[in-house]
Design a protein around this ligand. Structure first.
Ligand SMILES: NC(=O)c1ccc[n+]([C@@H]2O[C@H](COP(=O)([O-])OP(=O)(O)OC[C@H]3O[C@@H](n4cnc5c(N)ncnc54)[C@H](O)[C@@H]3O)[C@@H](O)[C@H]2O)c1
Length: 272
């Protein structure tokens, strides 16, 4: 991917899913600060409107669109609305995501299905709806999919989340390869946050005692150790401008986990 200056984004359009809270809201605010027109998507309309109003109050153009990313028709409406209101989309951030905790054999099919639907199908719907429009426009565009550090490791009592993020990362890598093969002017990046202090565990489904304990442990951990959503958003834009595919908010911790994983894989060792 080629590097560019963040100021080149001024006057162009960003679409951010999961923009009512946390990392998505911070990305939307930062996009507006960079001079972008912002389309904010989420199914939590009350909080979404509040974030959009806050952005509009700064003088930036912001449009809130109710969208459940698990519903292909909603995502289609999101794209149609964005292109009609603001023209070609320069930046799409498929960021909406949820957590679900519990040991695998104690997880309800509902929790498993919901996490996979939002975190994997949501990203897929974003890709299949926006990429054809970006290709048709023929202008520079960027797609960032929010995965997680959990996309390159495995964590007990978070199997469904890790599985969904491994899948979201695989989709992102394949998309990058496919678009490069087409010589499309579309860059692809994976945002892999470590701990960020957001509401993600407050809304997480927790199944069984291990799931409840994991959710409480992680909620405390993010509160005490997480970086701010603003920091995560800045890291994303810096990585994007640098032309990075892998955008880690905690690169040192990621390196440790990646080395451990590579050693276990190449050494044919059991997970741990
Ligand atoms: N917070 C962290 O430590 C952390 C770490 C790694 C990855 N992530 C990822 O970052 C992304 C953002 O999470 P966050 O931490 O900001 O959480 P958050 O809960 O603060 O925000 C997530 C937003 O997504 C929205 N959302 C959920 N399901 C949706 C759906 N079906 N359709 C539309 N919107 C939906 C929620 O309403 C919420 O506004 C997620 O993909 C998450 O997995 C977060």
């Amino acid at each position: 991917m080629t590097a560019f200056e963040l100021r080149d984004l001024a006057g162009t359009t960003a679409v951010v899913t999961g923009a009512a809270s946390g990392i998505g809201a911070a990305i939307a605010r930062l996009a507006a600060e960079l001079g972008m027109r912002v389309v904010l998507a989420d199914f939590d309309v009350d909080r979404l409107d509040e974030v959009a109003r806050g952005i509009a109050a700064t003088g930036a153009e912001a449009l809130a669109v109710r969208c459940d990313v698990t519903d292909p028709d909603d995502v289609e409406r999101l794209a149609a609305t964005a292109y009609e209101a603001f023209g070609p989309v320069r930046l799409l951030v498929n960021n909406a995501g949820i957590e679900g905790t519990g040991r695998l054999w104690e997880l309800s099919p509902d929790t498993f299905g919901r996490v996979m639907d939002v975190n994997v199908s949501g990203v897929f719907h974003g890709i299949r709806t926006f990429v054809p429009r970006m290709l048709a426009a023929g202008t520079a565009a960027h797609i960032v999919n929010t995965a997680s550090i959990g996309a390159v490791t495995t964590v007990p009592a978070q199997a469904t989340y890790c599985a969904s993020k491994h899948a979201a990362l695989a989709l992102t890598e394949c998309l990058a390869i496919e678009l490069a093969a087409e010589r499309a002017p579309i860059s692809v990046a994976a945002l892999l946050p470590g701990p960020v202090h957001t509401a993600i565990y407050e809304t997480a489904e927790a199944d069984g005692a291990a799931g409840t304990a994991a959710r409480e442990r992680m909620e405390t951990y993010l509160r005490e150790n997480g970086v701010t959503p603003q920091d995560a958003a800045q890291t994303m834009f810096d990585g994007l401008a640098a032309g990075d595919f892998w955008i880690f908010t905690h690169p040192e911790r990621a390196d440790e986990l990646l080395r451990n994983r590579a050693e276990r894989l190449t050494g044919h060792l059991t997970p741990g």
